[in-house]
Design a binder for this molecule. Structure first.
Ligand code: ATP
Length: 909
């Protein structure tokens, strides 16, 4: 390894192999392991994290917190040391809680990121292998295809139509064509066309390349930039809430100042007393813990989605998912199982059926009609399928067959086995010389093989039948010769197989006198059509259920597939995508203007024979109709439509890095049902955030009202500022947090999707917040008046008011858990573990507040007699009863549409 790293581009590929003591078949596993020891992992040092103390201090950078700290200083100056200490302590606790929660949310996100850790395909010891990119070493042979993110610096060994997007490295946005020829020693980075660089993206083609540098030795490692932007922990919703919070804080502070003047000038309070009252008001009115609780709610949602195989890459996707109105899904592998079985072969001589399931290359071909002639012609088709193939089948020993590559190609290998071919022998007899890889844009693949004897060559082609037919000028006859092409006959066969939901491929070949000098897309033509193979790929059972769930939830499901219209339509029927499945083909889309498209896209439920460009048009058209669109994709060409969609959903298994990076969410199991599950969770998260808000704000409203009323009427304050902080920070946050863990309400997927522009706080919630605020302050003053009537001193009276708030909050928590239904159900009263734990914690804290002597010193509280306690709890229960009656009444009157009818299962309980 004597070559200076900068010179690999200038020397011959063979020489590079020699210098790196590498083999085109890959390193032996033990050598790779030793090199890993020597070179270290192929990873860049992680970015410097902001130190902990800075992040903790950042928590204090908030106008409200600064205001509170100022209040603490004022209290200290005025010798209210205990109050000053309590306020400062509460602020500190708040900062620590925020800090810890932020850390946990960040951890949750980075755990997700590691679930998405990229891998690379390499040759090791002659066999293809998928390895973690960290384990790549110099000398590894990388196998690359369109959409891959290159994981190390590598010297090209072999490339086919290779173009690489190097914009991350050079800023050049047009993909660069690459070839194996060495370039001048002095060539700059952008001109080293024989090299591939870590972090860049394969835009098109295929390649084999030899790793020459890993980790910090790569170009990107030396520049020191790290790829992959650091995910910020924010979403449009959180930003909206933060903005709202700022405005709210300002208003609260201005109102407090006005009240201060009023208290001093009109009511004749002393400045000191008035100041403490104002602090009480500001502290009471502002929901200090709300942003933290909402972030946690989002983080919990993300975790729940991951448990259901939907890995969120961007936090905003969690919110958008709940508002999804259309899901555009691929067919193969997402709605269907992608476990292909080649069922039938159709040739001019007749129809042959393959027996035996799975990928086992054992079984027989049976002629349905056409007899031996059909079998003989079918064999020719099977042979093309064997040669024009990149997949591999491995026996696992216990009768299981593992596939490596495209399932449809693996099925063709199994078919060839059933036709009696020995794959290895056939490949040896006709070694592959060149190929035109499959591409969704031209929908076929061609390979060039050496003839068994002589200087001739054999071209094998397979692909979408109409595409292959278009390249043919003749068809195989019964006797092995060639005759004129009967396109109508084939079209009939294609339609018949497609109508049964079979996926159909066409096969053709051509014999050449001599090996051509070049073999590119445009050279392929004048082929002889050999026949068709029909594959079955049944819909996933869980996808059928998920489609039904989505439709019930008012979400349309549209299939966008590269497959044939008849096949797609048959599968769509099996999935029951729509009552009346309408199919639009890519060709029809071409003929439709952008103005007409939205209407058509809205009506159709299947788009067949589409290209990735069509996908982009379809997303835009649906969005122009006001839809919130989730779109799946896997290829590099899907990236634009994945980005355009409101939520791009990439396939975790068969998806390319390019598609994953363009997406907001990745499906670990490539399964449509996981999208539906994510939508379900997305709706639940949104509901929970609204519940957290609906729960928190009335507490603040109630407290603020109580303080304002006290001043306006010149009463003594019902609670002191530290007591208000206690209610907000200890009681309200603990209980509010329980709502973050709420399971989805029943009937969640029976509701229509939420409108994207719908305000977070709906009319019903606003009414609720106002009503409950009033009820809270009435409760507080009721208890206040009653306590004074019974002759309690101010300290005991205030303790009763704080306890009243606590009890009202606990009962209100039960009420708010069901925004849409009654809380008086078995399920409602049993609560969740989170709710029960929160209540236990709050009750214990409140008992400590009331009965522990040091709490008396800190908060000025006093022990309460049992009877007052009972009255307080009974008042809280009465409040909940009142709110439930109100909810039922409102539903009956039908003022607030969102309340909806009572779900059936709740009626039952
Ligand atoms: P979906 O878009 O739902 O995943 P698809 O797999 O059919 O469906 P593409 O991968 O774009 O979509 O394939 C389009 C068509 O190209 C297929 O219907 C098939 O006729 C043909 N095709 C797919 N894979 C190959 C291949 N490896 N070799 C040759 N032709 C292929």
């Amino acid at each position: 390894m004597a070559q200076p790293a900068t010179l690999w581009h200038a020397i011959d590929a063979v020489e590079v192999l020699r210098q790196l003591e590498a083999d085109p078949g890959g390193l032996a596993p033990d050598i790779a392991a030793r090199r890993l020891q020597a070179h270290g992992p192929n990873a860049l040092p992680p970015p410097q994290r902001t130190p902990g103390w800075r992040r903790l201090l950042r928590q204090l950078d908030d106008p409200l917190i600064l205001f509170l700290l100022a209040a603490a200083v004022v209290a200290a100056v005025l010798a209210h040391y205990v109050d000053a200490g309590v306020i400062a302590a509460v602020v500190l606790v708040n900062a620590i809680v925020g800090f810890v929660q932020e850390g946990r949310a960040e951890q949750a996100l980075s755990a997700l990121r590691s679930m998405l850790a990229p891998s690379a395909r390499v040759l090791r010891g002659g066999a293809r292998e998928q390895v973690a990119v960290e384990t790549l070493v110099p000398g590894d042979v990388l196998l690359l295809e369109a959409g891959d993110r290159i994981a190390a610096d590598a010297r090209l060994l072999r490339g086919r139509g290779l173009r690489v997007d190097e914009s991350v490295l050079t800023g050049e946005s047009v993909p660069i064509e690459k070839s194996v020829e060495p370039v001048a020693t002095g060539a700059d980075l952008g001109s080293r066309t024989s090299m591939l660089y870590s972090g860049t993206l394969v835009a098109a083609g295929q390649a084999t390349a030899l790793v020459v540098a890993t980790g910090p030795q790569t170009q990107i490692g030396r520049i020191g930039t790290l790829l992959g932007e650091v995910e910020s922990l924010t979403t449009p919703l959180l930003q909206q809430i933060a903005r709202f919070g700022k405005v709210f804080t300002t208003v609260a502070l201005v109102a407090s100042a006005a009240l201060l003047l009023f208290a001093v000038l009109v009511r004749g309070y002393g400045w000191l007393d008035a100041l403490m009252i104002v602090v009480a008001l500001a502290v009471g009115a502002i929901p200090e813990g709300l942003p933290a609780v909402i972030t946690i709610t989002l983080a919990i949602g993300v975790r729940r989605m991951a448990a259901r195989n939907a890995i969120v890459r961007r936090l905003p996707a969690v919110e958008t998912l709940g508002a999804t109105t259309v899901i555009c899904s691929d067919k193969t592998g997402t709605l269907t199982r992608n476990e292909m079985t080649a069922r039938s072969i159709a040739t001019v001589a007749g129809r042959v059926e393959a027996q035996g399931g799975g990928y086992a290359p054992t079984g027989v071909l049976v002629a349905r009609d056409g007899g031996d002639a059909a079998l003989a012609t079918a064999q020719r088709v099977a042979r093309i399928g064997l040669l024009c193939n990149d997949a591999q089948l491995h026996a696992d020993g216990d009768g299981h067959w593992r596939i490596d590559g495209d399932p449809m190609e693996a099925a063709l290998l199994a078919l060839a086995g059933k036709a009696g071919f020995d794959g290895a022998a056939m490949r040896n007899a006709h070694p592959r010389l060149d190929e035109v890889p499959f591409d969704a844009a031209h929908r076929f693949m061609a390979t060039l093989h050496a003839d068994a004897e002589g200087a001739g060559a054999l071209v094998c082609v397979k692909g979408a039948p109409e595409q292959v037919l278009a390249l043919c000028t003749a068809q195989a006859g019964r006797d092995g010769g060639a005759g004129p092409l009967d396109a109508a006959f084939w079209q009939q066969s294609i339609d018949a197989a497609g109508g049964e939901g079979q996926r159909v491929l066409g096969f053709a070949w051509r014999r050449l006198e001599r090996v051509p000098e070049r073999f590119v897309l445009d050279d392929i033509g004048e082929l002889v059509f050999a026949g068709l193979v029909g594959f079955i790929d049944p819909p996933r059972e869980e996808a059928i259920r998920a489609v039904a769930d989505c439709r019930a939830a008012g979400i349309a499901v549209k299939m966008i597939t590269g497959d044939h219209a008849a096949t797609a339509a048959a599968i769509a029927e099996q999935l029951r995508l729509a009552d009346d499945v309408r199919v639009v083909t890519g060709q029809e889309l071409e003929g439709v203007t952008d103005a007409e498209l939205p209407e058509l896209a809205g009506r159709a439920s299947v788009f067949a024979r589409t290209t990735p460009e069509h996908k982009l048009r379809i997303v835009r058209a649906l969005q122009s109709r006001g839809h919130t669109v989730a779109m799946t994709g896997d290829g590099v060409n899907d990236a634009p439509s994945l980005k355009q969609a409101d939520i791009g959903v990439a396939m975790g298994r068969k998806g390319t890095e390019a598609a994953k990076e363009a997406s907001g969410m990745v499906l670990a199991d490539d399964n449509f049902a996981s999208i539906a599950a994510a939508v379900h969770e997305g709706r639940a998260v949104y509901d929970n955030i609204r519940k957290v808000i609906a729960f928190t704000l009335p507490t603040n409203g109630g407290e603020a009202l109580a303080v304002i009323l006290a001043i306006v009427f010149g009463w003594v304050l019902p609670m002191t500022p530290p007591q208000i902080l206690w209610i907000n920070m200890v009681l309200a946050i603990t209980l509010g947090l329980a709502l973050a863990f709420e399971p989805p309400e029943s009937g969640l997927m029976a509701r229509p999707p939420r409108r994207r522009d719908a305000p977070l706080v709906s009319a019903f919630m606003l009414w609720r917040i106002v009503l409950v605020s009033i009820l809270f302050s009435v409760g507080a003053f009721g208890i206040f008046a009653w306590a004074q009537g019974r002759g309690h001193d101010v300290a005991t009276t205030r303790t009763m008011v704080v306890n009243m708030f606590c009890v009202m909050e606990i009962f209100y928590l039960f009420s708010v858990r069901y925004l849409h239904g009654t809380s008086f159900s078995l399920r409602g009263l049993r609560g969740t573990p989170a709710v029960l734990w929160a209540i236990v914690a709050v009750v214990l804290a409140q008992l400590a507040f009331t009965y522990l002597p040091w709490m008396h010193v800190l908060f000025g509280s006093r022990p309460l007699p049992l009877f007052e306690g009972i009255v307080i709890v009974a008042s809280g229960a009465a409040l909940m009863g009142l709110l439930e009656v109100e909810k039922a009444l409102l539903r009956r009157i039908g003022v607030f549409e969102e309340l909806g009818p009572v779900p059936a299962d709740e009626r039952a309980t």
